[in-house]
Design a protein around this ligand. Structure first.
Ligand SMILES: Cc1cc2nc3c(=O)[nH]c(=O)nc-3n(C[C@H](O)[C@H](O)[C@H](O)COP(=O)(O)O)c2cc1C
Length: 200
């Protein structure tokens, strides 16, 4: 996939370097059902605490049911609607707050759902798709609109589609499609044994 591969300080698998959160999405090209299923299947095989699989995904396909898709799109924050409306597919990642095995609080539910969603994202990249997670949406409205039970937490909306033209994005969103990608240095992120002692 073309784009903005990460310039990494240490070697990583190419799919990790190639993954990024593009915003330019082709409004006219549907995403094949098989590809959506592959992304969800990738999420399904993520690790989870006690193997409890606390993630759930709600999927909307604009080419299949534009009214339902519109309800999901309207739930996005304005700034996200500005670029994400061309997406043929929207997915909402939802995390269980309790273990399905015993109903006790699951403090790893969100952690595991993030891991599953990264699997979904990487699979999407492998399939030539743009995948972009968004925290900017109304979780309370989503809960009541889409029937999400009390013991689940809506975490992130995800825009999915084929790459589109950067020139078609609203002006304020064009520059970030080519800006250099930045990360904190590893020394700030990984410690040797105790806090604030850099590993590197
Ligand atoms: C949980 C989560 C919430 C995010 N929320 C938004 C959002 O509301 N709008 C947006 O444009 N990008 C959002 N992003 C994308 C991040 O801004 C992006 O992942 C980050 O800047 C790193 O860029 P990269 O994914 O291209 O490496 C979100 C990403 C995650 C994982």
């Amino acid at each position: 996939m073309s784009g903005r591969p990460a310039i990494t300080d240490h070697p990583v698998h190419p799919i990790i370097a190639e993954r990024w959160s593009a915003r330019a999405i082709d409004p006219d090209r549907p995403v094949e059902r098989e590809k959506v299923l592959s992304m969800l299947e990738a999420a399904r095989w993520a690790p989870s605490c006690f193997g409890d699989q606390p993630w759930r995904y709600l999927v909307w396909d604009r080419f299949e049911d534009s009214e339902a898709w519109e309800q999901a799109a309207a739930n996005l924050a304005e700034g996200n609607q500005a670029w994400a409306r061309p997406s043929p597919i929207l997915i909402l990642a939802v995390a269980a707050t309790t273990f399905s095995r015993n109903g006790k609080p699951n403090r790893w539910g969100q952690y595991d759902t993030g891991a599953a969603t990264e699997n979904l994202h990487l699979q999407g990249v492998e399939l030539g798709l743009v995948v972009h997670q968004m925290g900017g949406f109304d979780p309370d409205a989503a809960r009541s609109l889409f029937g999400i039970p009390d013991d689940f937490e809506p975490m992130a909306m995800i825009a999915v589609g084929y790459p589109g033209q950067v020139a078609d994005l609203p002006e304020g969103y064009q520059d970030s499609e080519s800006a250099p990608r930045q990360r904190k240095p590893l020394a700030e992120l990984a410690f040797r044994g105790s806090w604030d002692t850099p590993l590197t």
